[in-house]
Design a binder for this molecule. Structure first.
Ligand code: GCB
Length: 653
């Protein structure tokens, strides 16, 4: 149901992404542990103002032809200040930058601490991007250090050998970034050249997309430099099992740089007390009387995390190298039955939202005030969960989900997979790589209880069966501990991906996109939707989207579409069916959407999608109060702590 423009021909689309054709083929090596300050590691933030230029040359390729990365960017032409992290689209008054498609260039000069560069070769310096949308090439002092495809996951490069040669001299980081989407990117898109000279200027083209949010681009998440010793902890994987009185934490640690090292591990509780110790690269820690990680509103102390301290020691040329990394660990289990979703053995009902990374001015750039405000609103609402519609969110957001006990369905950027060519081998291989990168990043997060490999693909097409069978099998092989789903809006009898999922996630917009204005059809149609899916698959079902646009301040009684009353009335009709079916096999409801968000312009979008229960500026519409009452009521009914949940303020840490 996404309202994007439909995909057109691909004439010349690749001209905008000449280097994309190289393809990376596999997830870049390395564990990509989140950079933290530890006794052996330092971190330097590179946020702030970067130099910026969009390449408006006809082929968008002047930057490569003239090798802009060879010299300071300001010496190759005019530059403007661009904040990082942020999308570049809404920063200036220039509509051609807002809608720009092609390569843009960023640059930052940074002085590194001498202690990182001096003397021995035992310090490793790494440059890491939390995300940059969509395709990135990075140079340091004119030397290419990394290329990365995909706009929502981190990538990094060891730049030690480049920066060590020039202590005291600023190090120049240049990034070329391309936001073009093709049938084989994730999300897919297509470039359409308009060749009718009577209607369009020369070389006119548009980016077609089949998803319903603005394709914001830029360096969206923090860029940091960090250090490790030259022999270092590269990756840690933990999984947990538990009963009431004892939990096991299985771990695996990989070390890079030497084969001669020793590892010791200690698990500390929140008081700093060591509750278990271990050694070696793999093993199991036993925790007696564990504090389990519980979702928000299921326990008076949700989001409990231990700290796993991993210490590595190695002898290198007679010197002792030590690396230390601290990983937060939540102990919890997840199981799916034919009618329930169990967290720590107790039924969990998802009463939550779908979100977007989206806000005025910064677009999809990470913004701490916005992030914290959103978590405060979620908890005010009594929401216990969200889906990262329709791409992985920032690690900093995921950290807060872990800490606050907000349960996450972690979705990859597989949105708008509609064109037949997007089901071919090239797309499939890339999708597998994206799942590898996503699981590598989020595998240790207790908040993540399920992977979603796509949103509303054309899963009725014949190649969708093999495609989703493969992506889901790959995901399960990478992480056998979590269920896998994708979100569908295809009829239950036609969907070819559903046989492979653990939980059915269905989107429907009865009385909005279908039978617009007819609220009275909802009970019948929604009941039939649930019964048909359940009869066919005997798997638990989440209503993963439902909702209505409302323009804040627009009122109408009886309710008419786009008024606040209509949005409320539609929600109430859906809720009465949910209340019947959640006694059976419906395990969740996620409103579309948490807040209004920007989309492409179109005849059905009034400055974006208005299905938020909050405005884009995070003010509640009337529907937010309906949902708040409902979510708190459900929480009180289903909590294992009946009398405790009286007010949300108890749960704000
Ligand atoms: C959907 C899509 C979502 C859209 C929404 C809508 O089914 O999954 O991305 O924004 O409908 O409002 O059209």
């Amino acid at each position: 149901m996404a309202a994007g423009a439909s995909g057109g021909g691909m004439a010349g689309g690749c001209r905008l992404l000449p280097l994309l054709l190289l393809g990376l083929g596999a997830a870049a090596a390395g564990g990509m542990l989140y950079p933290r300050d530890t006794p052996s590691r330092e971190r330097k933030e590179l946020g702030g103002l970067w130099s910026f230029r969009a390449d408006f040359s006809p082929g968008r390729d002047a930057g490569f032809a003239q090798r802009w990365y060879r010299r300071p960017l300001r010496q190759t032409g005019p530059v403007i200040d661009m904040p990082v992290p942020s999308s570049f689209n809404d920063i200036t008054q220039d509509p051609s930058l807002e809608n720009y498609i092609g390569w843009v260039w960023y640059e930052k000069e940074v002085l590194l601490p001498l202690r990182w560069l001096q003397g021995d070769l035992n310090t490793r310096v790494v440059l890491r991007f939390g995300s940059a949308h969509y395709y990135s090439i990075v140079w340091v002092n004119g030397v290419q250090v990394v290329e990365h495809e995909g706009g929502h996951l981190p990538f990094e490069a060891d730049i030690s050998s480049i920066v060590k040669g020039s202590p005291g001299i600023p190090c120049r980081i240049t990034v070329a970034l391309n936001n073009t989407l093709t049938p084989h990117t994730l999300p897919p898109g297509s470039i359409q050249y308009m060749n009718d000279k009577t209607r369009y200027p020369k070389n006119y083209f548009v980016q077609n997309i089949r998803f319903d949010f603005f394709n914001y681009a830029g360096i969206h998440r923090p860029v940091v430099l960090y250090t490790t010793p030259s022999v270092y902890i590269d990756d840690i994987t933990v999984t947990t099992t538990s009963s009431e009185s004892v939990a096991m934490v299985q771990y695996q640690v990989s070390v890079v740089g030497s084969t001669l090292y020793s590892l010791s591990l200690s698990l500390r509780d929140q008081e700093g007390k060591v509750v278990a110790t271990g050694d070696g690269p793999a093993g199991e820690l036993k925790v007696l009387n564990p504090n389990l990680w519980w979702p928000y509103l299921m326990h008076e102390n949700p989001g409990y995390r231990y700290s796993l301290e991993v210490k590595m020691q190695a002898q290198v040329n007679g010197a002792l190298l030590e690396d230390v990394y601290m990983l937060p660990v939540g102990i919890r289990t997840v199981h799916v039955t034919s009618t329930q979703f169990l967290i720590n053995g107790r039924p969990f009902y998802f009463h939550g939202v779908n979100k977007h990374e989206d806000a005025d001015i910064r677009g999809k750039g990470l913004d701490w005030p916005l992030v914290v405000k959103d978590f405060n609103l979620l908890r005010w609402l009594g929401a216990n969960s969200f889906r990262t519609s329709h791409y992985p969110y920032a690690e900093e957001i995921m950290d807060l989900c872990d800490a606050y006990g907000i349960v996450v369905i972690d979705e990859c950027p597989g949105v708008g997979i509609k064109m037949p060519e997007s089901f071919g081998n090239k797309s499939l291989q890339h999708h597998l790589v994206v799942m590898e990168e996503l699981i590598r990043r989020d595998k240790n997060r207790p908040s993540v209880v399920m992977w979603s490999v796509a949103n509303e693909p054309a899963s009725e097409l014949p190649p969708a069966a093999y495609y989703f069978k493969t992506v889901i099998a790959h995901t399960k092989a990478l992480d056998p501990s979590r269920p896998v789903t994708f979100v569908t809006d295809v009829n239950y009898a036609l969907d070819r991906g559903a046989p492979y999922v653990d939980v059915i996630c269905v989107n429907s917009y009865f009385s909005w996109y279908h039978d617009p204005g007819h609220l009275e059809v909802i009970p019948l149609q929604l009941t039939a939707q649930f019964e048909n899916w359940y009869k066919t698959y005997q798997k638990p079902i989440i209503q993963s989207e439902y909702g209505a646009d409302s323009v804040p301040g627009l009122h109408s009684d009886p309710p008419l579409m786009f008024s606040e009353e209509y949005q409320k009335a539609m929600l109430r009709e859906y809720h009465s069916v949910f209340d019947k079916k959640r006694k059976e096999y419906v395990i969740g409801e996620l409103i579309w959407n948490f807040a209004d968000f920007m989309t492409n312009q179109g005849t059905t979008r009034v400055l974006g999608n208005k299905k938020g229960i909050f405005t884009r500026q995070r003010q509640p519409k009337s529907a937010a109060f309906v949902l708040r009452e409902r979510y708190w009521k459900i929480a009180n009914e289903s909590s294992c702590l009946p009398p405790i949940i009286k007010s949300h303020s108890l749960f704000l840490k």
